[in-house]
Design a protein around this ligand. Structure first.
Ligand code: SF4
Ligand code: SF4
Length: 97
């Protein structure tokens, strides 16, 4: 079982040094995100109680579990529910007009 990083990653480098399995690599192409080697990722089993990458990742939805579920789902880090965020974005866009 392994986790994965998707295109929401902002390449902040926070997770890379924390991985006990050296499973995370930075893409050399600009504009692309970091990656997890599924052959190396252990989900931190045996090393830490919590996955180190998703524990530090500041971006909701950037790291997925083996079934594709976000480890930090929308609202989990900001405390703003997806519905409230959508309402706020509409308000902001309305003000900008
Ligand atoms: S879950 Fe653990 S082993 Fe897997 S990529 Fe994240 S930090 Fe590395
Ligand atoms: S901590 Fe999250 S946003 Fe930062 S490089 Fe890792 S996956 Fe990307």
């Amino acid at each position: 079982m392994a986790y994965s990083i998707n295109e929401a990653c902002v390449s902040c480098w926070a997770c890379l040094p924390l991985c006990p399995s050296n499973a995370i690599t930075a893409s050399s192409n600009s504009g692309t995100h970091f990656k997890i080697d599924p052959k190396k990722c252990t989900e931190c089993n045996g090393d830490f109680a919590d996955p180190q990458c998703s524990s530090i990742c500041p971006i909701e939805g950037a790291i997925l579990d083996a079934s594709g579920e976000a480890l930090n789902p929308p609202g989990s880090l900001t405390g703003i529910s997806p519905g409230r965020l959508e309402e706020a974005m509409v308000e902001i866009q309305t003000r900008a007009r």
